[in-house]
Design a protein around this ligand. Structure first.
Ligand code: GAP
Length: 412
């Protein structure tokens, strides 16, 4: 998104920003979810999720609609707590997702005037750095600013492994453009993002587009990429691609009093750039890749658990083992090889348990290659390299290891 593109720059903005940022963006007034409580077991639910379970689409629905629908289910005797089965569920009420802090305030009391919010999405920092970027980095429209960073939301229900958490990592890119280019660039980014999933080993049938029918008043298009999570029982959102009009920069300009118009030097036109964004949860992608890579393979005597991650995504690329832990000459040689590969690849050294067990440990975390050092290594200068997916082993000269891994396309 950044290194390979000439039209996108990277950014690392602050987590805490001036609280007016989130008033301007509409979060303080409207970043809410509808909450329902079970009076009996005290569990909390999102009203829209409850309705979805009854086949009612309540995406971005008003509180009035939600409560009407909940009332209907209640009257029909259908509305029940999914945890304890009680019928005593409260009406839906608005719950703000904003996480508050008193950073920079000399009092511990959290009042509206001294509250500072933790960012609920990373793009807020991108809008605030838009002018700085244009003024200092010689960028011309259309261009994007991308960043990876923490976001915080007081989710009513944070569950399903790491699918939804209250602290999570987002990767967002805001692409600034003239409105006449929106359709073309929106289609371009949809295509780029779709291919990204395929490139990293997600099969096309496991992906689908979800088109949002109900859009925010400023938005002209919104699609989600959904992945078919085996571990969560079906298709769920991993990424959003949104055409957001010029609402964001107009709002920030209005609240900060700073002119955020762009002057097109070629046409002489002055306008507030429109924005299309790609927004994805890093943790959610990790869950997606693990979900896709997880395999249980039946072998002759056992079941092998193996994470068939794309090599580029594997956290450890190579594991190095001495055949036996209690043979100092083997341990020393294995350490030497480990030290020589460590600057090139993420490596692990393991001498614990028998070699078979060490292979299994590495299979479970998706390590593409394991190297075993034995007595032949000391005599002939070669090692056994074992491939995670095929489990095939081959002898490779220690002096050839770098070239061998390069030929396999292994990258740092
Ligand atoms: N700036 C637009 C925005 O934040 P979003 O749909 O709220 O849009 C974008 O979030 C992505 O961030 C989602 O598709 C999801 O991958 C991830 N995400 C959102 N809330 C999350 C949470 N509580 N835990 C983990 N990931 C989350």
């Amino acid at each position: 998104m950044v290194q390979l593109r000439d039209d996108v720059v990277g950014l690392d903005s602050a987590i805490f920003m001036h609280p007016t940022t989130w008033v301007a963006s509409g979060h303080v007034g409207g970043f809410n979810d509808p909450q329902v409580d079970c009076k009996k077991c005290k569990n909390r639910f999102r009203a829209d999720h409850i309705l979805e379970e009854y086949g009612i689409n309540a995406d971005k629905a008003t509180l009035e609609f939600l409560n009407d629908q909940l009332d209907k289910l209640r009257k029909d005797g259908k509305l029940k707590c999914s945890v304890c089965g009680s019928t005593e569920l409260t009406p839906a009420k608005i719950f703000s997702l904003m996480v508050k802090s008193n950073i920079g305030s000399p009092t511990e009391e959290l009042k509206e005037e001294n509250v500072v919010y933790l960012r609920p999405e990373t793009c807020g920092g991108i809008y605030l750095e838009y002018k700085n970027t244009v003024d200092s980095l010689r960028v011309k429209l259309p261009f994007g600013i991308a960043q990876v960073g923490k976001a915080f939301r007081n989710e009513i229900v944070a569950r399903q492994f790491i699918f939804r958490t209250r602290e999570f990592e987002q990767m967002e890119m805001q692409y600034f453009l003239h409105p006449s280019l929106m359709k073309e660039k929106y289609d371009m980014w949809k295509d780029i993002r779709w291919k990204w999933y395929l490139q990293y080993g997600i099969p096309e049938p496991e992906l689908r587009w979800y088109k949002h029918e109900k859009l925010a008043h400023y938005a002209s298009e919104a699609y989600d990429v959904e992945y078919n999570f085996q571990s969560l029982g079906g298709f769920k959102e991993v990424e959003g691609i949104h055409a957001r009009g010029n609402w964001d920069l107009s709002q920030h300009s209005k609240y900060s009093g700073v002119d955020l118009n762009y002057l097109d030097e070629k046409t002489g036109e002055k306008f507030t750039p429109h924005i299309m964004e790609t927004s994805v949860g890093l943790n959610r992608l990790v869950l997606m890749f693990i979900d896709q890579a997880y395999n249980e393979e039946k072998l002759e005597k056992e079941t092998r658990i193996v994470l068939k991650l794309d090599k580029r995504l594997a956290p450890i690329k190579i594991a190095v083992f001495p055949l036996m832990k209690n043979k100092p000459e083997l341990v020393a040689k294995a350490r030497e090889i480990y030290e020589s590969l460590k600057p090139l690849y993420m490596c692990e050294f393991d001498d614990n348990g028998n070699v078979g067990k060490r292979y299994r440990r590495q299979d479970e975390i998706g390590t593409p290659y394991c190297i075993t050092v034995d007595y032949d290594t000391l005599e002939k200068g070669d090692v056994t390299v074992r491939d995670r997916d095929t489990m095939k082993q081959e002898r490779v000269q220690v002096s050839e290891l770098e070239a061998f891994f390069a030929s396999k396309g292994l990258t740092i």
